[in-house]
Design a protein around this ligand. Structure first.
Ligand code: ASP
Length: 306
């Protein structure tokens, strides 16, 4: 038995604004990530390898707000955050404020596996990357016309746009259960559009946007990061499963529709437990998401429909 779920951000991109071609492109991007991670799991590979691969595929896809296609800071740069966690040993790695790393999730994993630290930031993280054999890319590598136009509209104060609305389209994440019962989670993002430089959201914060513990579940979140940090969303879900009789599905619903709504925290999570139960819930209009289980076909969805 194995299972894999991915997300491409919780968003309020109204259904009416998502034309069929664009919808197909988003779904194809999610399916590619499921396929890439699923192949690893089907060969009895680790959940850690599967979530790394799935997130790399989404980081390389310019439609999503991670890696290429990431949103811009108010001063017109890209600052990237990512985290990864392995549920069997509670090992974790995270990076934030990156300017030059093509696949931040791979650097997060390298921090976990080849350093004594959990989180590295900015220039120091990139110096570590060089020492570990990564090459750097220009900050412009991440730029797309569409993200630039979104920033320009926000800078002009377009009343139809809010930073929250746009930026929720595209943070990426993956959670997986492998055939040996191991869980892992990973999340990667450019953060929120027009964020102040040096702002860090929930995605790279272990326990907020990303968490995995084989005893309870693996969780990757997307949404208004400040609120997700305050609610310690990913760890809260795991703790409910571990310390109460709550199922993963119930814990996810209680946190997404209870704790987060009470704090006006818009967004959602994907989660999986050691029995392969997958939960994908959001309190925003939609969440790009997909899942795959052993022997099944990749399934993708965006709005409230299954
Ligand atoms: N949670 C991310 C952040 O606050 C944004 C998102 O998921 O869209 O950086």
């Amino acid at each position: 038995m194995f299972g894999l779920a991915v997300h491409g951000g919780a968003g309020t991109l109204p259904r009416a604004q998502l034309d069929p071609d664009r919808e197909r492109a988003y779904r194809a991007g999610l399916a590619d990530a499921l396929q890439a991670g699923g192949e690893i799991l089907a060969r009895n590979g680790s959940s850690l390898d599967a979530v790394t691969r799935a997130v790399v595929v989404l980081e390389d896809n310019p439609l999503f707000n991670a890696g290429r296609g990431a949103v811009l800071t108010l001063d017109g740069h890209h600052e990237l955050d990512a985290a990864i966690m392995e549920g069997s040993k509670l090992r974790a790695g995270a990076v934030c404020g990156l300017h030059h790393i093509r696949n931040p999730v791979e650097l997060a994993r390298t921090v976990m596996e080849h350093s004594d630290y959990v989180m590295l930031h900015g220039a120091g993280a990139e110096e570590f990357a060089l020492q570990q054999g990564f090459s750097l890319v220009a900050n412009e590598y991440f730029r797309t016309e569409e993200r630039w136009r979104q920033l320009e509209r926000l800078r002009r104060g377009d009343p139809q746009l809010s930073p929250l609305t746009i930026s929720h389209v595209g943070t990426v994440g993956a959670v997986a259960l492998d055939t040996k019962g191991g869980l892992a989670a990973a999340t990667s993002t450019g953060g929120m559009t027009a964020k102040r430089y040096s702002r860090i959201g929930d995605s790279p914060i272990i326990g907020a946007g990303t968490y995995a513990d084989d005893r309870c579940g693996a969780v990757s979140a997307t949404g208004h990061g400040e609120i997700f940090i305050r609610a310690a969303v990913a760890h809260d879900i795991c703790a409910r499963v571990r310390f109460t009789a709550c199922s993963l599905e119930q814990a996810v619903r209680d946190v997404v529709y209870g704790e987060l709504v009470a704090l006006r925290g818009e967004g959602g999570v994907i989660a999986i437990d050691r029995h392969g139960h997958i939960a994908m819930e959001f309190n925003s209009e939609g969440m790009f998401r997909g899942s795959l289980t052993a022997g099944g076909e990749p399934r993708t969805s965006i709005y409230g429909d299954p």
